[in-house]
Design a protein around this ligand. Structure first.
Ligand code: APR
Length: 243
């Protein structure tokens, strides 16, 4: 492992056929969005039991709505940074020569805003709503949101953000899609996630089993399960590593 981010060699991405990224809140920090843990993290100032769980939603969905409207607004204001852009540029550059897939735990839509296609949003999106009661397909938010959730266009029940809270299941279809990419990927790159939250935290084992080169990019090299560690800010490292 090198001392300084500038001394790292680029990963040589053109040698790979199936590249999977797993991204977390750290990749969006330079876009002005907070991480969840660590200094300034959402869960250091907010109580996860109050606004971050299935049980909290069942108890008081209006409270959750009001807690997340300001986050939704922040997400709409945020712009992709150099790390999001480096992944989008890589996908474009490799074109049909390789698959590039992004599995993200982020709910900000910034990978898509940078132009990346095939993004799997494991924890949903603050840019979409769904119904608190019926199973109508989630819909894009096109209006300014207020303190009161809009009604579901199908059944009239209050809407909620289309995000996955703790103790809520991740859509199993997304899991299958992710496995289809991970099962035979040859390069697996984790960026800006503490790796503490399942099921995303378990994907390294699948990539490892597939025989992939496994790479961890983070300001803190706390995870011990990867072959290679690149320590620094994603927005500085990725443009260099992926060039
Ligand atoms: N570049 C790279 N990594 C960074 C940067 C940066 N500029 N800034 C912070 N990091 C790293 C931190 O060292 C930390 O390991 O990003 C990670 C952020 O970790 P978390 O805050 O735990 O975020 P994440 O891993 O995405 O959380 C997973 O937990 O609360 C739930 O649903 C929420 O999706 C979220 C999930």
């Amino acid at each position: 492992m090198s001392e300084s981010s500038t001394s790292y060699q680029p990963l040589g991405t053109e040698r790979y056929k199936k590249i999977v990224f797993l991204t977390g809140a750290g990749i969006s920090k330079a876009s002005g969005l907070p991480t969840y843990r660590g200094k300034g993290g959402v869960w250091t100032t907010e109580n996860v039991e109050d606004i971050g769980t299935k049980e909290a939603m069942e108890k008081d969905s209006l409270k959750i709505w009001r807690a997340y409207v300001p986050r939704h607004r922040k997400v709409l204001e945020a712009k992709p940074n150099a790390a999001h852009q480096a992944i989008a540029d890589l996908q474009k550059r490799l074109g049909e020569k390789a698959w590039v897939c992004v599995l993200t735990q982020n709910v900000d839509g910034l990978h898509q805003a940078a132009g990346t296609e095939s993004v799997i949003e494991a924890h949903g999106s603050l840019r979409r709503l769904r119904c608190t009661e019926c199973s109508i397909k989630p819909w894009e938010i096109t209006e300014d949101l207020t303190d009161e959730p809009p009604p579901c266009p199908d059944c009239g029940a209050p809407a909620r953000f289309d995000i996955v809270l703790f103790n809520e299941p991740v859509d199993p279809m997304l899991g299958l899609q992710a496995l289809a990419f991970l099962g035979d990927c040859d390069l697996y790159i984790t960026v800006g996630t503490s790796g503490l939250v399942a099921p995303a935290s378990q994907l390294i084992d699948i990539a490892d089993e597939a025989g992939a080169r496994t790479v961890f990019v983070n300001t803190e090299p706390e995870d011990g399960r990867y072959q290679e560690y690149y320590v620094g800010k994603a927005e500085e490292l990725l443009p260099h590593l992926l060039r």
